[in-house]
Design a protein around this ligand. Structure first.
Ligand SMILES: Nc1ncnc2c1ncn2[C@@H]1O[C@H](COP(=O)(O)OP(=O)(O)OP(=O)(O)O)[C@@H](O)[C@H]1O
Ligand SMILES: [Mg+2]
Length: 217
């Protein structure tokens, strides 16, 4: 399965979720490759920091910030169980290519209705991609939910009928995500059994339960 973390909006958690989901699947024994489709190369930086810290390599990270991603990702997918794409910022060509490459587009958003998370532009891009790939599945994922999770829950409830739907599992606002990433670590590698690690595990399981198979372009 190819999962792409996409949102034209910056700083919503594309890289954080891509790395932690890839790590979670790798820890479950899946063969995982992460494609860094962001020219800023944050996932590649993380991988270098991890190497520097002498931590075990859990999954390969390749830099592929080019509009031929939709042709190259499926080739990579043949030799792995999961390909996770850390999506690019506002670069139309790259974004389209990443959208078309994926079986599942995950759109991280912050749980504020005022955040403009259901950006019309992003939805238009998903709808456009579906013309070429009708089997494309898209889901919102709420990231950086505050302790007052009722807000997040309200948002999720209000949007369960939404298209694309919102995943039931959410990720909290937790410093551990930022501090782990700084040292090439996953959220569960600073301390064992943290709330952040449990949220990532639950999110990975919810995605697995969607039962998405790799389908041809
Ligand atoms: N759930 C979270 N809790 C706390 N901090 C978070 C969380 N998710 C992301 N962050 C932090 O927010 C910042 C932006 O996250 P991230 O880099 O993952 O976003 P992005 O969408 O990849 O951004 P860009 O568009 O710049 O690539 C980072 O410093 C990251 O550590
Ligand atoms: Mg990023």
């Amino acid at each position: 399965m190819i999962v792409a973390l996409l949102n034209q909006k910056g700083g919503v958690g594309k890289t954080t979720l891509a790395l932690n989901l890839a790590g979670e699947w790798a820890k479950r024994g899946k063969r995982v490759t992460l494609i860094d489709a962001d020219p800023q190369g944050s996932a590649l930086d993380w991988s270098e920091a991890r190497n520097w810290e002498g931590l075990p390599r859990l999954f390969g990270v390749v830099g592929l910030a080019c509009d031929t991603l939709h042709r190259e990702a499926p080739e990579l997918a043949q030799s792995t169980d999961h390909v996770v794409i850390d999506g690019p910022p506002r670069v139309a060509g790259l974004m389209r290519s990443a959208l078309l490459a994926a079986d599942l587009d995950l759109i991280p958003v912050q749980p504020s209705p005022l955040d403009g998370w259901a950006s019309a532009e992003m939805l238009a891009l998903v709808n456009e991609a579906r013309i070429y790939r009708p089997q494309l599945i898209a889901r919102f994922v709420l990231n950086r939910c505050g302790a007052r999770t009722m807000i997040a829950r309200d948002t999720a409830e209000a949007l369960s009928e939404n298209d694309p739907p919102v995943l039931a599992r959410t990720i909290g606002q937790r410093v551990a995500f930022a501090s782990a990433a700084q040292f090439g670590r996953l959220v569960g590698e600073l301390e064992k059994d943290t709330p952040g690690a449990r949220e990532i595990a639950a999110l990975a399981s919810e995605i697995d339960r969607l039962g998405i198979e790799r389908s041809g372009l």
